[in-house]
Design a protein around this ligand. Structure first.
Ligand code: UD1
Length: 477
């Protein structure tokens, strides 16, 4: 049998192009939420691994017209909450039921990682509910193929050390937005008694007896380090104090989940978290918070198209930094208990932005705000302080007629009356969202490729935008 694309006889049999990731070394194909071995499925759909990877990257979004968005849109559960929560469910042999799951490729990868460690993870209720049973954990290994595709895989280290006392996890390495080290995670685990060494791209961590509570001061309030250390500390002997901890809502959400499992955590949401280790945790049922970055992205979509949109399932406090900047830019925003209405009739004013840890302006909203500022009257400056290389969207926006100059960690944007549609790339998740926003207000056709990055973080984004009237289509090759 030959490959449909290149006629090579080194083929893989696949079910359809819904495949998310391929690990052809271990002959493991991850097809939406099912794992399928390298067996015959449909002889008419056979590809070599390389052709398959290429095909997976060929879907694109096409935006044909700029129209003011109108209507209501519901935000999904937070990706950045659910990933550490799924990892933390490894801490118990009881059953965890997680509700309001955003059914994203990153979530599916995290579930695959859990399965490869010996846990069961099953989606139900239209993929909005996830049942995890980690009774038979028998693996301590997170391979390069998964960690390099999704850094949050590293979040299993804390739970594995706490429950099994061992972990072998691929070094995540750099990514499209910066070098992103994990030194703060590892310093925390070492302070708690773990022995750590690196070899051949892997981090090996072992605990002789049990992790011991420790006082840990983070040089930077890292979200991931705070979460990973917290999940290690909940089953440790004695008290752990994390100082200069991250205070992001997702850290609080994880702490609430752990508390529901029986953990003793005080101070989550402040810069000092105190955790008293307990003997055992139990299974629980939990709903994740709404995704504040998805919410902020729809707020900007309403503003950039001069629309009128109500965004439901939102915690208005979590999007305060975005709300404040949009109001400064002249956008009308009214808040209810769990929704916000965003209306924009006037021309958008240029505003300056500097990214900071919460409750500062989120780095994950920087690219989207850059798109908005391209359409503002006046000059704005955006300073990125969290990641050193988070301006990849700028080159793409300039292809659409924007006038942005980069100077170190600053982008200087001279607003233009219009952008023009072009072929552009989603260089990473939020950069991709910025391309969609630019396309929604551009003259002519915008074609966005590499959209698998966008689909890592936005549930059905093209369908949600279509429901607001956007002229966006997803084209599957
Ligand atoms: C999380 C979010 C990501 C968001 C980021 C900042 C998830 C899955 N991802 O990423 O969307 O952009 O927070 O809000 O929740 N750092 C170190 N050493 C470390 C850890 C981090 O130097 O050990 C540095 C990073 O390189 C970066 C800064 O700290 O410059 C912030 O990173 P961190 O808060 O850890 O981000 P993540 O948890 O990776």
């Amino acid at each position: 049998m030959d490959c449909k694309s290149c006629n090579s006889d080194r083929v893989l049999d696949i079910f359809d192009l819904a495949i998310q990731r391929v690990n052809y070394e271990s002959k493991l194909f991850i097809i939406t939420d099912k794992l399928i071995g390298c067996q015959y499925i449909n002889r008419n759909q056979a590809y070599t691994p390389a052709c398959l990877e290429r095909k997976m990257h060929m879907s694109k979004y096409i935006i044909t017209d700029a129209v003011p968005l109108k209507g209501r849109v519901r935000v999904s559960g937070a990706k950045n909450s659910v990933l550490p929560i799924i990892a933390a469910s490894l801490l118990t042999d009881g059953q965890c039921t997680i509700q309001d799951i955003p059914y994203l490729s990153d979530v599916r990868i995290m579930c695959d990682l859990l399965r490869s460690l010996g846990a069961d993870a099953e989606f139900s209720c239209n993929n909005t509910k996830l049942l995890i049973k980690s009774k038979g954990l028998n693996e301590i290994y997170a391979p390069y193929e998964l960690v390099s595709k999704m850094r949050a895989s590293f979040m299993v280290m804390g739970p594995l050390l706490a429950r099994i006392g061992k972990a072998k996890i691929s070094f995540p390495g750099g990514c499209a937005i910066g070098t992103r080290p994990v030194d703060l995670h590892l310093k925390g685990f070492s302070a708690m008694g773990a022995e750590i060494h690196h070899e051949h791209g892997y981090i090996y961590a072992t605990v002789k007896d049990k992790l011991k509570g420790a006082n840990i001061y983070l040089d930077f309030p890292s979200v991931g380090a705070t979460e990973n250390i917290m999940t290690a500390a909940v089953l440790a002997d004695g008290q752990t104090i994390i100082e200069n901890s991250a205070i992001e809502p997702e850290v609080v959400d994880l702490a609430n989940f752990l508390t529901a499992m029986g953990a003793d955590i005080k101070g989550a949401g402040t810069d000092t978290i105190k955790i008293n280790g307990v003997e055992k945790l139990k299974g629980t049922e939990y709903s994740v918070i709404p995704d504040r970055i998805e919410a902020g992205t729809y707020m900007i979509a309403a503003a950039i198209t001069h629309g009128d949109v109500v965004i439901d399932n939102i915690v208005p406090d979590h999007v305060k930094p975005v709300t404040a900047k949009l109001r400064e830019a002249g956008v009308e925003i009214s808040e209810e208990l769990s929704s916000v209405r965003v209306k924009c009739n006037d021309c958008i004013k240029a505003v300056d932005i500097k990214t900071h840890p919460y409750p500062g302006f989120p780095t994950d909203m920087q690219a989207q705000m850059t798109s908005l500022m391209c359409m503002a009257s006046g000059t704005s400056m955006i300073i990125e302080t969290i990641f050193e290389n988070r301006f990849m969207h700028v080159g793409e926006l300039n292809r659409m007629g924007a006038n942005i100059k980069i100077d170190g960690r600053s982008a200087i944007i001279e607003g233009r009356p219009k952008l023009t549609g072009a072929q552009v790339k989603a260089t990473d998740l939020r950069a991709g969202a910025a391309m969609i926003l630019a396309g929604l207000c551009a003259d002519g056709i915008t074609e966005i490729t590499d959209i698998e990055h966008i689909e890592r973080g936005y549930v059905n984004i093209h369908e949600k935008l279509q429901s607001l009237g956007a002229k966006i289509q997803k084209i599957d090759d």
